[in-house]
Design a protein around this ligand. Sequence first.
Ligand SMILES: C[S@@+](CC[C@H](N)C(=O)[O-])C[C@H]1O[C@@H](n2cnc3c(N)ncnc32)[C@H](O)[C@@H]1O
Length: 218
Amino acid sequence: MDTDFWIESWSQNRIGFHQKDFNKHLVKFWEQLNIPNDGMVFVPLCGKSLDLLWLKQQGHHVVGIEVSELAVSTFFSENNLDYTQSQQDNLVRWESEQLIIWQGDFFNLNQHQLNNVAGVFDRASLVALPVALREKYAQHLKNILPNNTQILLLTFEYDQAKKVGPPFSVSEADVQALYEDKYKIKLLFQEDVINDYPQFKDQGLNSLEEKIFLLKPY
Ligand SMILES: C[S@@+](CC[C@H](N)C(=O)[O-])C[C@H]1O[C@@H](n2cnc3c(N)ncnc32)[C@H](O)[C@@H]1O
C-alpha cells in the first residue's frame, strides 16, 4: 500500500474514510491533552479532514501532512481558505492563517517541520497502513516529534481474517508494541461501531471496535 495507491484513491474519489463533520471523539477527548489554545498540533496523513479546521478553531496552530495534491487543494478550495505555496526539499508547503499542510510523503517530514508540536491527532492514519509500514510509521513519528508531545489515537480492531484493509485492524497490543517504549498508553473509550459501517458487515464482519487512546510521553 504505497503512496500511489492513495493518490489513485483520491483521483478515483474512493475516499469513504472522509467525514463530513468534525470527529466526535476529537471534540470530546481533545481537552484531556491540555494543550494551550495557541499551541501547535500535528495531524498526520490528514486528507482533507475537517478536524484540521476544528483544531484551528480552538486557537491551535495546525500542521498536517498529506501525499495527495488533490486532497490538499480540495481542502483549501472547499473551505474557502487562501494559501501560499512553496517548495521545501521534496515537500510542498501550503500555508494559510494558523495552518500549514505539507504535501508529500510523511516519511520525508523531519523534526524541524514539527518543532513546537505539543499534540497529535491520529485518525485513520495508523489504521491506513499495512503492518510493515505501520511499524515504520510509528518509528518515524517518534523520531520527529518533540519529546513532550501527546497523541490522541483512534484505531479500529476487528477480525483481520474476515476482511482486507484498509482500514487495517490495530489491537491494543499492537498499540503497546508500537508506542510503549516512549508513551504511557491509556484506553479512553471503546465501542462497537459495526452498525455504522454496513459495507464492512457485508464483507463478513460482525464487530468493529473503535478504540480511543491517549498516549502521554514518560
Ligand atoms: C484513511 S485516509 C485518512 C485521512 C484523514 N486522517 C481523515 O481522517 O479523513 C489516509 C490518508 O493518508 C494519506 N497518505 C497515505 N500514505 C501517506 C504517506 N506516506 N504520506 C502522506 N500521506 C499519506 C492518504 O492520501 C489519505 O488521505
